[in-house]
Every structure is written in C-alpha cells, then in structure tokens.
Design a protein around this ligand. Structure first.
Ligand SMILES: [Zn+2]
Ligand SMILES: [Zn+2]
Length: 343
C-alpha cells in the first residue's frame, strides 16, 4: 500500500516501511493508504504477516500488530484497536485502475458515517402522509360503486303472481370411441395404438459453461496488500429433448345428451327415455351425469315477466295464479325466490 504525506506533500510513500515521512517526519495515517498501480507496486520480501496494524490509544499512531508499546509516544498498546482497512477492490470495479489518497479518505469517512448511523437511530422525518387522502378516495369510490349497484341491482318487495311452471331434465350419454391423443412416450397409455413419434423440447437444464474470473485486491492492514483471483461458474440453459407421440386409443368420451322438458306440474316431470347402444366394444354407450332444473315464472304489478329456479318440491307445491311477496329488481328483471313469502 502507498500513502501521501499530508504535511509536506511527498507522494507514493511505502505503507510498510515508511512509518514516518522520510522528508518531514510526519507519522503515517493508515486510513489514507491506497492501492498502487501496476507500475508503482513493490514486492514485499520476507515479510511475515502478523496482523493488521493497531492504532495507539494515546496518540493514534499506527503500530505493527506485535508492538507492545507505541513507537510514537511509548504508551502501552494493550487494548488498542485495529486500524481502518480499505475495502476489497475487484478488477474492473471502481478505483481499481487508479486508486488515491483521496479515495481512501472518502471511503474512511463513509465508513465512519455508516458506523454512526448504525449507532444512532435517526429520528423519523416528519412526513406529510398521503394515506388519509388515499383512504378517503378509496372510500368515496367504494360508496359510489355501492350506490350505483344499489340503483341498478337493488331490489324492493313487490307483489307478484305465479304464472307458470317449467322443468327440464337432461341425461348426458358417453360413447366408447376411438380418439386421438398426444403424450410423452413414458406417459403413453398401455393400450395406445399406431403411435407416430418425434423429438420435441420437453424442458431445459442448466449446464456449466466456463468460469468468469477477476483479480481481487485485499488490504492486509499492515501497509501491504495481497492479490487473489475470484471465479464464478457461468451457466447456460440447454434444451432437453424427449419423444412425443400421437396415437389412437379407445376411450369413453362425451357424446349426445337426452333431454326432457315440459310446462306445468302435471304430468309430473320425468327423466327422458334413454335408449343406449349396448355392448362393451366401440360404439357402446353409457349414461353419465344427470341434471335437472325447475323454473317458476311470475308477473309483477308492472306486468314484467320474472323467472327463478327452485327445488323440485317447492316448485311442485306452489299453484298457478297464487299471489306472493318477493324481492324484485328495480331496473333489472329479476326475482329472488329465496325471499318468496305469503303477502
Ligand atoms: Zn512529509
Ligand atoms: Zn502513541
């Protein structure tokens, strides 16, 4: 490491050997050490590293780690703290090409500021909060939406007359048929026939692709530094291919549906007659899901026709021409049959 004498302006003094300025005798300030350029660097021979320098508790002079007494004032070095060291520098990073006493000073002062900030919790800056305003705006927007929804979808109780009953019952029918499917070969069903296969990208994997290395300089804290190399592995994505097959296979698939529908309570609703093609081979049919719905239609005092679905038992129990109270839409033609009650 090098240092510049702030007293007489001598530059490029050696951190390890020039503990004092050879021109004016000023002591070296370890916090102003900087990394030399390639041209400036001097190899240090036979220098055992004993640890970072320590600052004298009495006069702040930097002393070698093994010193028991300060070379400047003679005070005992017991309990002395290590001097500030420079941050690591990576080739290509800031200051690597040209370091200076000025950079060292900036770095040391930034470190002091950070240490002070960590110790003292800064008082929270008084801030004008926009939160109440935002909450107010959201609340206002919500209210507007609610009013709009109330006006458009709002309901009020009205007297309605039951005018009709409708019902519908549907049976889904599945057919056993030859279908075409696609799957990865390892997931193909055992009864797949006539597969035609080709290679397709199924996934990707990361593969190592060389290393990126940089020189790194580390301040030893005793006026010397060391250089090392740091490497990270590079990776690239590589496609992984697999075999994808298209094949035919015999499967149950949804086919037609049988439906029955009618109006009125009598005759009672019935499931449609479903005649299935029997057998177990291709073309055979079987019943699948069933569904049913029972609809009541009403007329309100404004002569609007309103409809809703109910359970079958309730549907059958209400007589045409009977009058009811029910929540109906103000502007949309809707009726809520769960709120149906005697007037
Ligand atoms: Zn000097
Ligand atoms: Zn001292």
């Amino acid at each position: 490491m090098l240092w510049d004498c702030p007293g007489c302006g001598s530059k490029g003094l050696l951190g390890l050997t020039h503990r004092h300025c050879p021109s004016c005798g000023a002591p070296q300030d370890p916090s102003r050490r900087y990394f030399p350029t390639d041209d400036q660097k001097v190899a240090v021979a036979d220098h055992p590293f004993v640890g970072s320098d320590r600052a004298c508790p009495a006069c702040d002079t930097a002393n070698a780690a093994r010193a028991d007494f300060c070379g400047g004032c003679g005070a005992p070095m017991a309990g002395a703290r290590a001097v500030v060291v420079r941050g690591e520098q990576v080739a290509g990073g800031e200051g690597f090409e040209k370091d200076s006493a000025e950079s060292a000073r900036r770095e040391a002062s930034a470190a002091r500021d950070a240490a002070r900030a960590a110790k003292v919790v800064p008082p929270a800056p008084p801030k004008r909060s926009w939160l109440p305003f935002a909450v107010g705006a959201v609340a206002l927007g919500g209210l507007a939406c609610a009013i709009l929804a109330f006006v458009v979808f709002g309901k009020h109780d009205a007297t309605v007359e039951l005018t009709g009953h409708q019902w519908k019952r549907v049976v889904q029918v599945e057919e056993f048929a030859t279908v075409t499917e696609t799957a990865w070969r390892d997931q193909m069903p055992v009864d797949a026939r006539l597969p035609t296969c080709r290679e397709e990208e199924r996934s990707t994997r990361k593969v190592a692709d060389g290393e990126s290395c940089s020189d790194v300089r580390t301040d030893n804290g005793d006026g010397t530094y060391s250089t090392s190399q740091r490497c990270t592995t590079n990776y690239r994505e590589e496609p992984v291919y697999d075999t994808r097959c298209t094949f035919t296979v015999d499967r149950w698939r949804s086919g037609r549906e049988a439906r029955a529908e009618g109006a009125g309570v009598t005759p009672a609703p019935a499931w449609p007659e479903v005649s299935l093609r029997a057998g177990t081979g291709l073309g055979a049919e079987r019943e699948a899901a069933r569904s049913e719905s029972y609809t009541l239609t009403f007329r309100d005092e404004e002569a609007r026709s309103l409809a809703c679905e109910v359970e079958e038992a309730r549907w059958a129990a209400l007589a045409d021409g009977s009058r009811w109270l029910a929540p109906v839409g103000r502007f949309v033609e809707s009726i809520d049959c769960s709120g149906l009650r005697a007037p």
